[in-house]
Design a protein around this ligand. Structure first.
Ligand code: C2E
Ligand code: CA
Ligand code: CA
Ligand code: CA
Length: 279
């Protein structure tokens, strides 16, 4: 048994070394990726739970690596955060999303809103507010059509400056949504303190509402409480009709997930009807 244990350990550490070598290489590649335009933004629709109409889109970055193909943001965003490259990358994403959605809106009667994920490092860094102002001015996207998705980790270094920043964004007309709610240390008291207008229930909850009555109770509680605080609730990761019906029945306002649409390039978004057929 001892020997087996040792082998297991060796196997694990070998795997670890391989993984870290892999990330050293990726980290290096991130440097050239921005200069060589290897990033692309895909957009995933969010639909009204009652009418099924597209209400906004979430911008999700994609890395088309020249030799490895598509690399998921779940893999490279944490690396970019470690190296600090998230700052120029995050700014590029913000600007690119605003440019593309302003372009999209030029051909429509009603403007579509875009939600951009903002890393905590990017959000709490001095200068972020100026970046947002500049990007809006340069791209012409109305501030009301920009939403920023942040997670509760923005609060790690103290709440006050963050709350102030959110208030300022709000006066500009830019909205802030609390992403991944229900993961990490999410506490309902954040909802009381943060000037956000929207909470996004994490997929890990959505997955279980139809099978786990305790999770369902939490979800129902969050929805009810958020509504009492005049916030909108989004459920992400809706994959089945059952989940759609369940969340709609619980008066969740907005739904997002593969059931309605996958994230897609701008060109495909342009071809979508306003009312999305459910797959
Ligand atoms: P997130 O912000 O929670 O984004 C939702 C993720 O769930 C996306 O994965 C989306 O493609 C995926 N998703 C949407 N609907 C479904 C569904 O029905 N089922 C399942 N299984 N998944 C669904 P993606 O694009 O791989 O992004 C992963 C994470 O990477 C994001 O999680 C976000 O934390 C981060 N990320 C993505 N784009 C950006 C970005 O532009 N900036 C920053 N800072 N982070 C980003
Ligand atoms: Ca998000
Ligand atoms: Ca999320
Ligand atoms: Ca999530």
């Amino acid at each position: 048994a001892k020997r087996q244990g040792k082998n297991t350990w060796q196997w694990h550490s070998g795997l670890k070394a391989e993984r870290s070598q892999h990330s050293v290489k990726l980290r290096h590649d991130l440097h050239t990726a921005l200069n060589e335009n290897q990033f692309e933004i895909h957009y995933q629709p969010l639909v009204d739970a009652v009418t099924g109409r597209m209400r906004s889109v979430e911008a999700l970055v994609r890395w088309k690596h020249p030799t490895r193909g598509m690399i998921s943001p779940g893999e490279f965003i944490p690396l970019a955060e470690q190296t600090g490259q998230i700052i120029p990358l995050g700014l590029w994403i913000l600007k690119q999303a605003c440019i593309e959605i302003a372009d999209f809106n030029a051909q429509r009667e009603r403007g579509l809103r875009v939600a951009v994920n903002i890393s905590s490092l990017q959000f709490i860094r001095g200068g972020f507010l100026d970046d947002v102002r500049r990007v809006l001015a340069e791209t012409g996207l109305p501030p009301q059509l920009l939403e920023l998705e942040v997670t509760e980790s923005v609060l790690l270094d103290g709440a006050e400056p963050v709350i102030e920043l959110m208030e300022t964004l709000k006066t500009l007309g830019v909205r802030v949504a609390l992403d991944d709610f229900g993961t990490g240390f999410s506490s309902l008291s954040y909802l009381r303190d943060l000037p956000t207008h929207k909470v996004k229930l994490d997929r890990s909850f959505v997955e279980k509402t139809t099978t786990d009555h305790r999770i369902a109770a939490i979800v129902q509680g969050v929805i009810t409480m958020a509504h009492h605080m005049d916030m909108i609730v989004v459920a992400e990761g809706i994959e089945t009709r059952e989940q759609q019906d369940d969340l709609a029945r619980r008066h969740c306002d907005i739904l997002q997930g593969y059931l309605f649409a996958q994230p897609m390039p701008l060109a495909d978004l342009k071809k979508l009807p306003d009312l999305l057929p459910v797959n």
